[in-house]
Design a protein around this ligand. Structure first.
Ligand code: SF4
Ligand code: SF4
Length: 572
């Protein structure tokens, strides 16, 4: 240790003056670690000129202490040993910036989430680990370099893909915010799946009227252009400046320059070919029943509905969420149209989330709609004019006479979803629904910046949910397009002199941030990697892959990481 410390001291740059702040986080850290001892330990590390322990470093008093130490003690590096950088790094960085220190000269040691919380039962070892973490952070901080945030321009235009409820809602809301919007719909009409629906649950509003309202609203916005029978065929660029190629009905292609994209491509009902005798006439789907309502051609007196057809199965393991609601809504609609009709719903579990929907279920029971659980291992059998259902409680097969069988099938991703996902390098899940960046923290964002998601393109949703998500996506777009310029972190990849253009890294980048470019040196044409600073997320895959150090990620350079590793290996 002595030897290493001496080595570190010898190589130590006298301009590096590190301040270390050790946080108690109330009892979250101090309940398990000896914070005063950690602070004393930090004072012994090379380059450290100031140490302090705080009850809460993130409190107003804690932040003020960081700022005054920078100004009064001439700190040129700040290390906070506390909680997670995910939540608190921005706060501490801005404290540095406010005190006049470049925020990239800040480093954090996570002694809470990664130490006191996970090693509550091993206090002694936790103390040693906290010392390791602080020593590593200080070692890295020594080699940090000032950086400048990256700035980029923003085009205040947005493109919406899909003209269903979610897409229309997003487009109208963005137009109202003053954003120029272009909506691309591949069908000849707007409205999406709602065009085939009769009434909207749970209140029974007319679906046709809802679409008309939305279409009328969209048509009334001068800054909202609608391109029907059109498709997106290429997308390039980055947040703030996407170039989108749209192929129109006549086959002509046009370019749209937009700052953000909203994906609202919707979903389609699964067609249960080969299941439960589906034939589109006496055995139909819920959406086909809706079409009968709309056309006024329903004349069945005895209807059996079967739930979860093609859902919660090995092929499609998910619950489509809205089919139970749809079945109950349509059962009530049948009773309303033909009061003495008999409606029998065979289900596995009933999924009627929400107070209003639950009430609908009780209304249906009150009106005589019969509900029976079926055994998934002995599903109902549809025969001519009768459905045989095994009653597990009685241990008998009951024959339910019927003149119409209605199958409740899940919503599935439409054809072309994967191709679109590939065009934009956005993620889909195992069922080809588009996948958000984080189900709870970023439900309407894609991991790719500037591209947002709403409606059933993400997962089956009710009309109200799709509309709400459309508004939510519009508001997410607003957070980007109303900035004068985009400011992103400087901690991204940088191609170095060592790059010889072998191209190993290009395909590996999950964000498409790397490409190869040609340049001339000493009269010879050469190749090297080129990194797009806005597209790059600083994941480090390229730097870890390149065998020659041809690309590095700022803030995680080889020198910085080596200092951390050396410090980690040093015995306490
Ligand atoms: Fe090859 Fe490395 Fe250059 Fe990428 S950065 S092209 S892997 S030398
Ligand atoms: Fe791509 Fe990650 Fe390298 Fe950035 S750091 S260029 S995102 S591989």
């Amino acid at each position: 240790m002595q030897e290493h410390t001496e080595k570190a001291m010898k190589s130590h740059n006298p301009e590096v003056r590190v301040g270390v702040f050790v946080c108690h986080c109330g009892s979250n850290i101090a309940g398990y670690l000896d914070c005063p001892a950690l602070t004393e330990y930090a004072a012994t590390l090379p380059g450290v000129v100031y140490v302090k322990n705080n009850l809460y470093t993130c409190s107003e008093a804690g932040i003020a202490e960081i700022k005054s130490a920078i100004q009064e003690r001439g700190l040129t590096r700040v290390v906070v040993a506390s909680c997670s950088p995910r939540t608190h790094m921005p706060l501490f960085k801005s404290a540095c910036a406010e005190a006049g220190l470049n925020p990239y000269l800040f480093e954090m040691a996570n002694i809470r989430d990664q130490c006191s919380w996970v090693h509550m039962q091993e206090k002694e070892m936790a103390q040693e680990k906290a010392m390791d973490l602080i020593r590593m952070a200080v070692a890295k901080a020594t080699f940090l370099e000032p950086q400048q945030d990256i700035e980029a321009s923003v085009v205040r235009n947005a493109l919406v893909i899909g003209g269903g409820v979610a897409g229309l809602s997003a487009a109208i809301a963005m137009a109202d915010m003053g954003i120029n919007v272009v909506l691309v719909e591949r069908e000849a009409e707007l409205g999406g799946l709602l065009r085939r629906v009769n009434r909207i649950a749970p209140r029974g509003d007319s679906a046709a009227e809802r679409i008309q309202e939305l279409v009328k609203e969209a048509a009334g916005r001068a800054n909202l252009r609608i391109l029907l029978r059109s498709e997106v065929t290429a997308v390039s660029g980055v947040i703030g400046n996407y170039e989108v190629t749209v192929r129109e009905a006549e086959g002509t292609e046009r370019q749209e320059l937009v700052g953000c994209i909203v994906v609202a491509t919707g979903a389609v009902p699964f067609r249960p070919e080969g299941l439960f005798g589906y034939n589109g006439e006496t055995v139909i789907t819920q959406i086909e029943l809706e079409e009968k309502f709309r056309a006024g051609t329903l004349n069945a007196r005895s209807v059996v509905m079967i739930q979860c057809v093609g859902a919660r199965s090995p092929e499609r393991a998910y619950c489509s969420r809205i089919c139970c609601l749809t079945a109950v809504k349509n059962a009530l609609a049948i009773k309303e149209t033909i009061p003495d009709a008999h409606v029998h719903i065979l289900y596995r579990d009933i999924q009627m989330y929400g107070m209003e929907n639950e009430k609908l279920l009780w209304d249906a029971r009150g009106k005589g709609v019969r509900f029976d659980v079926y055994d998934v291992d002995r599903p109902p059998v549809v025969r001519h004019g009768v459905v045989e259902v095994y009653q597990p409680l009685l241990g008998e097969v009951e024959e339910v006479p019927c003149d119409l069988v209605v199958l409740s099938t899940p919503l599935v991703a439409p054809e072309g979803a994967t191709a679109l996902a590939n065009l934009m390098r956005i993620a889909t899940d195992q069922n080809n629904f588009f996948m958000e960046a984080h189900a709870k923290l970023r439900p309407l964002d894609f991991a790719t910046d500037g591209i947002f998601l709403c409606g059933t393109a993400r997962y089956p949703a009710t009309v109200a949910e799709a509309q709400a998500q459309g508004l939510g996506a519009a508001s997410r777009v607003g957070t980007v397009l109303f900035k004068e310029k985009l400011v992103t972190s400087a901690l991204v990849s940088q191609v170095t002199e060592r790059c010889d253009g072998c191209g190993y890294c290009i395909e590996l980048c999950p964000y498409g941030a790397l490409s190869l470019e040609e340049y001339e040196k000493d009269g010879v044409m050469r190749r090297r990697a080129r990194s797009d600073k806005i597209l790059c997320k600083g994941c480090g895959l390229c730097a870890a892959t390149c065998p020659k150090g041809g690309v590095v990620v700022l803030g995680f350079t080889r020198k910085q990481l080596e200092a951390q590793v050396d410090a980690a290996l040093e015995a306490v």
